[in-house]
Design a protein around this ligand. Structure first.
Ligand code: URA
Length: 207
């Protein structure tokens, strides 16, 4: 568990990672860094899972189902993500799942560069609170945020150490789960990459 990050001391009060995430969620609602996106979406899709997870999965932006439910990866690609978790012997609740952009872009268009920039401080803070051992960016948008110049077809599954939110962290870029839905040959690639990433996270915990 990223337990070192579970709490911090503030004026003699221990604040749990869960409470810090809730504080951050409220701040994001108040700051409203992308008012146009917030206005066209149904609700904020902040993130879900363990606030002390060793593994953090980061997609690009919510789709229609996620926008309705307020939870990331609950549509078709989320079903495959659940399969990936069970192949690695994990429950969805063992990891933390979020997106770069926290509101659904209209008509599921790609997130714009300025939207990614606007939401980055909140994602960095989520990482800082959770302190995952391993970050798994899902797809090109998320991958290039951590590994500039990333070529997903070449670099998927390859761990790189990157300074993120003030610390060196293991980043393992993966294909986006949606890719496996329209390219069947990527299913096994994603499953193998994810199982290996989970093993690396376990090793890192034991060190
Ligand atoms: N695709 C993403 O990148 N994120 C989601 O939450 C759903 C689909």
């Amino acid at each position: 568990m990223g337990a070192a990050a579970a709490c911090y001391t503030n004026a003699m009060t221990m604040i749990s990672a869960e409470a810090q995430l809730e504080e951050l969620r409220q701040r994001l609602l108040t700051d409203n860094p992308c008012p146009e996106l917030a206005a066209s979406a149904t609700q904020l899709v902040f993130g879900v899972g363990s606030s002390t997870a060793d593994i953090m999965l980061i997609g690009e932006a919510p789709g229609a189902k996620e926008d309705q439910r307020g939870e990331p990866f609950v549509g078709a690609s989320g079903k495959f993500l659940d399969e990936m978790c069970s192949a690695a012997g994990l429950q969805r609740s063992d990891v933390y799942i979020t997106n770069i952009v926290k509101y659904r872009p209209p008509h599921n268009r790609d997130p714009l560069p300025e939207e990614k920039v606007a939401f980055w401080p909140y994602l960095a803070k989520q990482i800082h609170i959770i302190q995952p051992r391993v970050i798994l960016p899902l797809g090109r948008h998320s991958g290039t945020l951590f590994v500039p110049g990333l070529r997903i077809s070449h670099d998927h599954g390859q761990p790189v150490t990157v300074n993120v939110a003030g610390r060196e962290r293991l980043i393992i870029p993966l294909y986006h789960p949606a890719a496996a839905l329209y390219r069947g040959d990527l299913r096994s690639t994603l499953l193998v990459d994810f199982v290996q990433a989970a093993q690396l996270a376990r090793q890192a915990t034991q060190e």
